[in-house]
Design a protein around this ligand. Structure first.
Ligand code: NAD
Length: 297
């Protein structure tokens, strides 16, 4: 297939490279030239660099994937005279894999459909490791027939592909999961710090939690206490992984989406404030499990 890929950052670059590996013809664009150069280099010059967003959109593509930081970037890429919707051929499928609020996802999708373009929101989980390995989880919202016709496309980049329902529901699934993750990480951090302060060895405490009722992904796969899990960011100075500022962004999306439907998210709201505090202290660049530093001496 002839594919356009916009946004070649930490996630987008490895996703684009997996599409090239699968044999697709890839037109790529990013506002940062070195990110384009890196994809050209890692694809042995197989990727085709577009000179602008408009040029990419006008390349008569089968589909376009966008992988951008936040809703304001998605708006600027899709709307406006130089943007995708003004310039794309009507039969090109549009897939946005950025994590954004469900309301914006639905608005962009409606605008695309009024121009004759089908659109799916397809945020991911699995991090940069999953993007490189091609094992991402995709949560997809939009017309079911469009999803069914394109499910195999996602398998070039991911392992678990879920249909979530109408447009925007992929983002609903994503913000719900990440709100739970933010809460469970803070809870794990608080429990680990308490146990150690009261005299427990952190590894023994983690082993007990992980075979008891407190077990969760934050405790058994991504434990925030340094030295408990060799491969977790906690054991390498909280570098790499999923940034605390990205968690703050996702918690903000959850709280905002909840406000729209007057749904209480008490722990999600508190988790949002805790990550905001952590970010204000200058730690937003660290992995989100570093939030345990708020509970340690
Ligand atoms: P990133 O900041 O590394 O990459 C975003 C890319 O978009 C950058 O290369 C940037 O230059 C480019 N960009 C910004 N504005 C643009 C524009 N107008 N036109 C073209 N390119 C533009 O971010 P990332 O870590 O790759 O994350 C992308 C999305 O995926 C985010 O919404 C994030 O929340 C989500 N996500 C990230 C992770 C993760 O672990 N990093 C995991 C799951 C989901």
């Amino acid at each position: 297939m002839k594919i356009g890929f916009i946004g070649l950052g930490n996630m987008g670059a490895p996703m684009a490279l997996n599409l090239i590996k699968a044999g697709h013809e890839l037109y790529v664009f990013d506002v940062v030239q070195k990110n384009i150069d890196s994809v050209l280099q890692h694809s042995n010059q197989k990727a085709i660099a577009s000179t602008s967003l408009k040029a990419l959109a006008q390349s008569k593509l089968d589909l376009i994937v966008t992988m951008l930081p936040a809703a304001q970037h998605v708006r600027s890429v899709y709307f406006g005279s130089e943007g995708i919707l003004e310039n794309v051929a009507p039969n090109t499928l549009l897939i946005d894999s950025s994590t954004i609020d469900p309301k914006t996802a639905r608005e962009v999708s409606r605008a695309a459909s009024s121009k004759g373009n089908a659109m799916l929101d397809a945020p991911v989980s699995g991090g940069t490791g999953g993007a490189m390995a091609g094992t991402l989880t995709f949560m997809v919202g939009g017309e079911e027939s469009v999803f069914n016709a394109n499910k195999s496309f996602f398998q070039h980049m991911g392992k678990n592909i879920f249909y979530c329902g109408a447009s925007g529901n992929g983002q609903v699934a994503k913000v719900s999961n990440n709100m739970l993750l933010g809460i469970s990480m803070i809870a794990t951090a608080e429990a680990m710090a308490l146990g150690v302060e009261l005299g427990m060895d952190p590894k023994i405490l983690a082993n007990i939690i992980n075979t008891s009722s407190g077990r969760c992904w934050s405790s058994d796969t991504y434990n925030p206490y340094p030295g408990v899990l060799e491969n977790a960011p906690a054991s390498r100075g909280y570098s790499g992984g999923f940034g605390a500022d990205l968690m703050l962004k996702d918690l903000g999306l959850a709280v905002e989406a909840a406000k729209d439907v007057k749904q209480p998210v008490m722990l999600g709201g508190l988790a949002n404030q805790i990550y905001q505090t952590f970010s204000k202290m200058g730690h937003g660049h660290l992995d989100f499990s570093a939030v345990i530093q708020l509970f340690k001496k």
